[in-house]
Design a protein around this ligand. Structure first.
Ligand code: ATP
Length: 266
């Protein structure tokens, strides 16, 4: 396990704070004055109708976009403008709406690629798999094997991921994000395109990651059954603005949320 590079936060402390964030693309306002926080070790859902700004928000959190206005504070530090790999190095991992893996590479190599962000030895040593790099690689390999066991994907460890069914690809992508040992795991529609059994498996893994490792998770999801079962708190966006924020029960009863989103079958 890596040593923490920040003051140790306890369960329930604010891990990430979004304050008055706005984001514009030319004339289009994707986000307007949105504030909410994500607390350590919780599962936080971001929901709302299509085009509400959910993915834009995730993109601001992982450094893909920089807010036009407002600020994001992570582990107590105001976030400077940064690129996604810098956010990843800082402890934010992400999966995508449409799986983003190296399709011709095996499950093992894809997860190992996620792990490379935690490797310290320089490129020279890695190239020759010698000296410090060899010792380090053995340790990282052990960690990756733990993830493979945890996600129950031993049987596909050598299979090129492009050949796997969609549900398993999503599981490998989760494995790659976990290999980064993130402080904050962002999941963009982790159940999209899955059948019922795959959804149940994915829900179980998300809960286990949260409970066994205490990993803080923020997820975007359209399946309301999943959202209400998994999340501790839910933030609701509509037309780029926050319209509600609370526990699943509070949000379910909120008339604005019912009118904007839940009234429509999901
Ligand atoms: N790169 C971009 N350039 C221009 N407009 C964008 C861009 N990205 C998002 N938008 C616009 O910003 C708004 C919010 O989009 P976003 O994808 O964040 O919504 P969403 O809630 O994630 O939707 P969905 O549930 O359909 O994925 C939309 O009007 C969208 O068209």
């Amino acid at each position: 396990m890596r040593a923490p590079d920040h003051p140790i936060l306890s369960k329930g402390d604010v891990l990430l704070a979004v304050e008055n964030v706005s984001l514009g693309f030319g004339g289009v306002k994707a986000l307007t004055d949105v504030s909410f926080d994500i607390r350590k070790s919780e599962i936080r859902a971001i929901i709302g109708p299509n085009g509400a700004g959910k993915t834009s928000m995730l993109n601001c959190i992982n450094g893909f976009y920089y807010p036009t206005q407002g600020q994001i504070t992570f582990k107590g530090v105001k976030r400077p403008k940064m690129r996604p790999f810098e956010a990843a190095r800082g402890g934010i991992a992400r999966t995508f709406q449409n799986v983003a893996l190296f399709k011709s590479m095996s499950t093992l190599d894809n997860i190992m690629a996620g792990r490379s962000i935690r490797m310290r030895s320089n490129f020279f040593w890695q190239l020759f798999r010698h000296g410090p790099a060899l010792k380090e690689e053995v340790e990282h390999r052990r960690f990756v094997e733990e993830i493979i066991d945890f996600l129950e994907i031993q049987h596909i460890r050598k299979t090129p991921v492009g050949r796997l069914p969609y549900g398993l690809q999503k599981r490998v992508e989760l494995g790659r994000a976990l290999a980064m040992e993130p402080d904050l795991l962002l999941l963009d529609e982790p159940m999209a395109g899955m059948n019922l059994e795959e959804k149940e498996d994915m829900s179980r893994f998300i809960l286990e990651v949260n409970q066994q490792y205490g990993t803080t998770i923020a997820l975007i999801e359209h399946d309301m059954g999943v959202v209400m079962d998994l999340s501790d708190r839910v933030v609701v966006l509509e037309y780029g603005r926050k319209i509600a924020d609370g526990t699943p029960d509070e949000v379910k009863r909120d008339q604005r949320v019912i009118d904007a989103y839940l009234g429509v079958a999901h």
